[in-house]
Design a protein around this ligand. Sequence first.
Ligand code: SME
Length: 151
Amino acid sequence: MTFEELKPIVSKIILKENATRDEKLKEICQLLSENISYYDWVGYYFANHETKTLHLGPYVGAETDHTVIPFGKGICGQVAESNANFVVPDVAAQDNYIACSFTVKSEIVVPLFVNDVNIGQIDIDSHIINPFTDADERFLEFVNKEVSKLF
Ligand code: SME
């Protein structure tokens, strides 16, 4: 499915009446991982600004040990501080990277803003090198804009 085809489905999930926020987030993760061939792990992390840590939320893909990530650590921790998208074409070239599995070759993290505050992020791992383009960034920004309505 194309990004343009996926967008209205994301919006529909957000508007569902009989689902919790976590159920909707999980459904979005599922939608993305099932329909975009190179999205192999899709999940949300949420920030605790007092303890300066990220906490794993709903996700789809291999189980991960990294359920809590300090701000500044790894790709996710860096985005918690930079408030900017982070596209990693080849994780092997990153010094500040937390490896989940040797099968992961690339990663994209896009922050989630609610009232201009970075409250978390969507994190996507791929088993392919360099699969992400500007189109992925724009699409994931759209997804997070929709998700921000749940907060
Ligand atoms: N690779 C991430 C850690 C989280 S996992 O990909 C699920 C990072 O470097 O922040």
